[in-house]
Design a protein around this ligand. Structure first.
Ligand SMILES: *[C@@H]1O[C@H](CO)[C@@H](O)[C@H](O)[C@H]1NC(C)=O
Ligand SMILES: *[C@@H]1O[C@H](CO)[C@@H](O)[C@H](O)[C@H]1NC(C)=O
Ligand SMILES: *[C@@H]1O[C@H](CO)[C@@H](O)[C@H](O)[C@H]1NC(C)=O
Ligand SMILES: *[C@@H]1O[C@H](CO)[C@@H](O)[C@H](O)[C@H]1NC(C)=O
Ligand SMILES: *[C@@H]1O[C@H](CO)[C@@H](O)[C@H](O)[C@H]1NC(C)=O
Ligand SMILES: *[C@@H]1O[C@H](CO)[C@@H](O)[C@H](O)[C@H]1NC(C)=O
Ligand SMILES: *[C@@H]1O[C@H](CO)[C@@H](O)[C@H](O)[C@H]1NC(C)=O
Ligand SMILES: *[C@@H]1O[C@H](CO)[C@@H](O)[C@H](O)[C@H]1NC(C)=O
Length: 411
C-alpha cells in the first residue's frame, strides 16, 4: 500500500488539521460490495469509504471503520434506493467516480470528472485530486454529520436521516443562514421563525458565519473576520484517542458525540441542542401531539382520531369520517367539542376572538361550519381548520385545544 506523507492545507477558516497522512487511490481502482475489496481505508484505518449494508442492498459512504456498530458519517446519493450486490464502484480511467450496475448503467457519485487520484484522509474527508488540487471533497457536501475539522458554511444545511440505519433524508434540517443564525426546522418549511424549534440567536452578527467543529471537540460559530460568536461547547485538549462528530439525529436533536478509540464502546453524547425530545416540530405527524413517556417521545392522536400508520409516528392521525356535512338535515349528526389540555400547536388560525370565555370559544367553533378546531388561551380564541400540526404537550402552557368530534345518536 503506497502511503505517502502529504502536507495539505485545507482551505478553511476554522482550525482544521494542517497535516494529513494520505493513502492514494489510483485511477482504475474499483470496489464491490460482495467481492474482496468493499472499501478503501484512511491511512489510520479509522475511516472507510465504500459500500455498507443498507436495508436489502448497499449504499456508498464514509463510515467509522474501527467501531463495532458501524457509524455512517456521509452517504452518496442518500435518497437513491439501495444498490444490489452486483454493482461496482469504479474510479474510471478518465477520473470519474461512478457506480456501475451489472447492466452497465452508471450513477455519478462525485460530480466533476478529470480527477487524477483520490484519497480518504485521516479526518474522514474523501477527496478527489487533479494533480495536487482538490477538485471535490465529501466535506463540502455534508449529509447529517460534520466531523472534527469540518465546517458548515453560510447557506449550507444538514438534513437528518430517517433512522440510524436508513440514511435517506428524514424530517429535520439545520440551516446555517445568511443572517448568521444557526437554526433547526422541519423539512419542507421556509426559513421563518414560525417553523423554527431551535436557534443559536446569532442573527445580525454578520455575514458569512460558519459553524466549526475543531479537533478538540469545540463547536462554535465564527464570523468572517475570525470572531467567535458563540461557543456551543468548550473544547478540551485535542487527543489522538478521541474522535468528535456532530450529527443532526433522526429525532431532530443536534448532538455532539465523542468516541474513545481505546475503550471500544459506544459514542457518548457531550452536548445536545435540547433535552426536550418533544421540541422538534413535526416529530409527530398531523393531528397528533408529542408527550414524554419514560423519557421517550410518544405521539398521541387528537380525540376522535386514529394513527394512520401504527408503525410510523410521523405519518400522523386521521379520522375515518368527514365533517363536511356540518349541519345535518335530519338531525342525526351532532357535534361534540373534545378538549386537550396543555398542548402547543402551530398557530394557523382564520379567525381570532378576544375577551371570550372558554365556553363561548367552544360554542363559537361548534356553530361555525368552517371551524374544525379552536385554541383557547387566556381569553383569546383562535378558530382553525384541520389538520393541526407541530403539537406537543407543554405543562407550562395553559392553551386548550378544542377539536370538533362527531356524535351519532342511534336511538
Ligand atoms: C484490494 O485492494 C488491495 C489494495 O488496494 C489490492 O492490492 C488488491 O489487489 C485488491 N484486491 C482485489 C481483489 O481487487
Ligand atoms: C471501470 O470503467 C471502465 C471504463 O471507464 C471499464 O473499462 C472497466 O471495466 C470498469 N471496471 C469495472 C471493474 O467495472
Ligand atoms: C465579527 O465580530 C466582531 C465582534 O462582534 C465584529 O467587530 C466584526 O465586525 C465582525 N465581522 C463581520 C464581518 O461582521
Ligand atoms: C461572504 O462570502 C462571499 C462569497 O465567498 C463573498 O463574496 C462576500 O464578500 C463575503 N462577505 C463578507 C462580509 O465577508
Ligand atoms: C470561545 O472560545 C474561544 C476559543 O477557545 C475563546 O477565545 C472565547 O473567549 C470563547 N468565547 C466565549 C464567549 O466563551
Ligand atoms: C452500546 O449501546 C448498545 C445499544 O444502545 C448497548 O446495548 C450496549 O450495552 C452499549 N455498550 C457500551 C459499552 O456502552
Ligand atoms: C412515515 O410517514 C411519513 C409521512 O407520511 C413518510 O414521509 C415517511 O417516509 C414514513 N417513514 C417510514 C419509515 O415509513
Ligand atoms: C370508524 O372507525 C370505528 C372504530 O375503528 C368503526 O367502528 C367505524 O365503523 C368506522 N367508521 C367508518 C365510517 O368507517
Amino acid at each position: 500500500m503506497a502511503a505517502i506523507l502529504f502536507f495539505l492545507l485545507l482551505l478553511t477558516i476554522c482550525n482544521a488539521e494542517a497535516q494529513q497522512r494520505q493513502s492514494t487511490i489510483n485511477l482504475g481502482s474499483s470496489l464491490s460490495p460482495t467481492r474482496a475489496n468493499s472499501s478503501w481505508l484512511s491511512h489510520s484505518g479509522l475511516y472507510a469509504f465504500g459500500f455498507y449494508q443498507q436495508a436489502n442492498g448497499y449504499a456508498v459512504g464514509v463510515y467509522l471503520a474501527g467501531i463495532p456498530q458501524k457509524t455512517v458519517v456521509w452517504t452518496a446519493n442518500r435518497d437513491d434506493p439501495p444498490a444490489p450486490g452486483d454493482v461496482t464502484l469504479n474510479f474510471t480511467n478518465d477520473g470519474r467516480l461512478v457506480l456501475q450496475s451489472a447492466q452497465g448503467k452508471e450513477t455519478s457519485i462525485a460530480s466533476p470528472g478529470g480527477a487524477t487520484s483520490a484519497s480518504l484522509l485521516d479526518s474522514g474527508n474523501f477527496v478527489l485530486f487533479n494533480s495536487k488540487e482538490i477538485v471535490w471533497q465529501t466535506f463540502d457536501y455534508p449529509t447529517d454529520t460534520i466531523l472534527q475539522g469540518q465546517h458548515l458554511s453560510t447557506g449550507k444545511e444538514l438534513f437528518s436521516s430517517i433512522s440510524e440505519y436508513d440514511k435517506s433524508t428524514g424530517l429535520f434540517r439545520l440551516a446555517m443562514q445568511e443572517d448568521g443564525n444557526l437554526v433547526q426546522y422541519p423539512v419542507g418549511t421556509t426559513d421563518v421563525s414560525q417553523y423554527a424549534y431551535w436557534a443559536s440567536h446569532t442573527d445580525g452578527d454578520g455575514d458569512n458565519v460558519t459553524l466549526c467543529l475543531d479537533v478538540d471537540g469545540q463547536l462554535y460559530l465564527l464570523n468572517s473576520t475570525g470572531t467567535y460568536l458563540t461557543n456551543l461547547t468548550q473544547g478540551g485538549s485535542p487527543t489522538e484517542d478521541i474522535v468528535y462528530l456532530m450529527r443532526l439525529d433522526a429525532d431532530g436533536i443536534l448532538r455532539l458525540y465523542s468516541y474513545n478509540l481505546h475503550q471500544n464502546g459506544n459514542l457518548s453524547v457531550l452536548w445536545s441542542s435540547t433535552n426536550d425530545m418533544c421540541l422538534p416540530k413535526g416529530l409527530c405527524g398531523l393531528n397528533a401531539f408529542c408527550v414524554i413517556n419514560d423519557q421517550q417521545a410518544n405521539c398521541k392522536c387528537l380525540p376522535g382520531f386514529a394513527a394512520i400508520n401504527q408503525g410510523n409516528q410521523s405519518s400522523g392521525c386521521g379520522r375515518n369520517f368527514s365533517v363536511e356535512s356540518c349541519k345535518s338535515k335530519d338531525g342525526s349528526l351532532k357535534y361534540t367539542m373534545e378538549e386537550v389540555l396543555n398542548t402547543e400547536w402551530d398557530q394557523n388560525y382564520f379567525s381570532h376572538l378576544s375577551s371570550i370565555s372558554k365556553e363561548d370559544c367552544k360554542a363559537a367553533c361548534l356553530e361555525d361550519c368552517n371551524c374544525e378546531a379552536a385554541m383557547f388561551n387566556a381569553g383569546e380564541c383562535k378558530k382553525q381548520h384541520l389538520p393541526l400540526r407541530y403539537g406537543r404537550r407543554s405543562l407550562t402552557d395553559t392553551n386548550i385545544a378544542f377539536v370538533k368530534g362527531i356524535y351519532r345518536d342511534f336511538q
